[in-house]
Design a protein around this ligand. Sequence first.
Ligand code: NAD
Length: 491
Amino acid sequence: METLKNYINGKWVESKEKATVNVLNPANQEILAKVPIGRETEKDVQDAVSAASAALKDWRYIPAMKRVQPLYKLKQLLEEHQEKIAELITLECGKSFAESKAEIQRGIENVETACATPTLMQSEFSENVAPGIDEFMIRQPVGVCACISPFNFPGMIPFWFLPYAIACGNSFILKPSEKVPLTMMKVFELIDQLDLPAGLINLVHGGKESVDALLDHPEVKAISFVGSTSVARYIYERGAANGKRVQAQGGAKNPVIVMPDADIEMTSKIIADSVYGCAGQRCLAASNIIAVGDQQGNIRDALVEAAKNKSTGFGMDEGIEMGPVITPASKTRIEGLIARGISEGAELLLDGRETTISGYEKGNFIKPTILENVALDGELIATEIFGPVMSLLHMEKLEEAIDFVNRNKFGNMACLFTKSGLHARTFRNMANAGNIGINIGVAAPMAQFPFSGWNDSFFGDLHGQGRHAIEFFTQTKVVIERWPSEWSRKF
Ligand code: NAD
């Protein structure tokens, strides 16, 4: 099977690295492709940075209105090829076809939002800060920007950064996850059709070696990372130590509070979609569900009902709602965490382990799982599971639940289900998380808002998407000008 090529300087080129790892379909372990990985990928990065640096020289002087024109074409191409890209996402990442199509839609929305860059880049002007003196701020590109993306949203996450970076006058290098490189290979076939200078947008494969080469290269000025917390922290520290601006989104462990006045049927369905969507492999997946007050077991029964009916299987098959988890190692790790929760005293309400799907016996499947009364001082309650597992807890009061939410070392998302405006207002004000949902299960910001995240879920200052992306991909310059009607040093 052919090894995937890099896209450097407007051409598909072989990696200098001969060693490869297999890209596998998580539903059946079929080998989909081979991707280069190893020390020689550092040379690929050098080539990509040289191409990106050269492309920058003219691009940064092209008016922003002209720079966004290829993005309109990209949106159109992504829409035309949405089904094909979605199929690739399902094949390599495992999620259902409907989820894959929705993912691409979120990517397209970022391209659309970045088309507003000429307006979003406009800046501030103060006339007459002193007699004859005006002061204004302009935004200029940062330079060569690089993005390192995770496996779980191969068709969306690169778009939190890529369209904004180039619209702001930068060049760009993408290093997709080695587990799911095919989605962006297809997207780059479309990028290849755009009227862009060679080298403006590049793709290099690999793992830690190519990432480190990007982190250490002096001509790379900005790094956007999304992935696990331990790697996010490492990227932030190494990139910042090398003088780069870094935005590094990390892992999560998302709590959801259900108040006694919440609509039980609707709430339980929304929560089940959040916990089990993408097989729980979403940084905004609900994980710890806290039922507040006396709900007489209603919420427990409704959650079990909503969870147990999720149809699990190969994402391209009709009616499948939940696909496999990404690797056999991931399945083993998740099943180990379920066992850990039980050993810490939790009761198993629904057990998704030992799942075999007919026709996909080698797939990494786990069915929806629910643990009740997970130990508050145990390991499971604080660990990102990244699989289809819900921990159900019971607490007496909203204050106690908010206190629990705020002990979380992560801070990606926190949600509340209620009919009370006062409870909602208290919660949104007090909860320590970057994305808040009120009667929402997956509080994913739309493209015009920053994809936030606090605490161990984010390292940096400016997030991806919207205005934050514009700020991240530009550096500000303040100009003070004196044009007096009479030359004098008097103010
Ligand atoms: P990961 O951290 O294993 O990998 C992410 C990227 O980093 C990949 O491209 C990988 O090649 C690279 N990488 C891995 N180890 C590295 C190392 N030691 N040094 C340098 N580079 C390295 O993450 P993943 O398993 O692909 O993705 C899942 C994680 O991403 C979860 O923790 C999830 O919560 C998180 N995530 C967060 C957000 C968010 O917005 N906060 C969004 C999506 C996913």
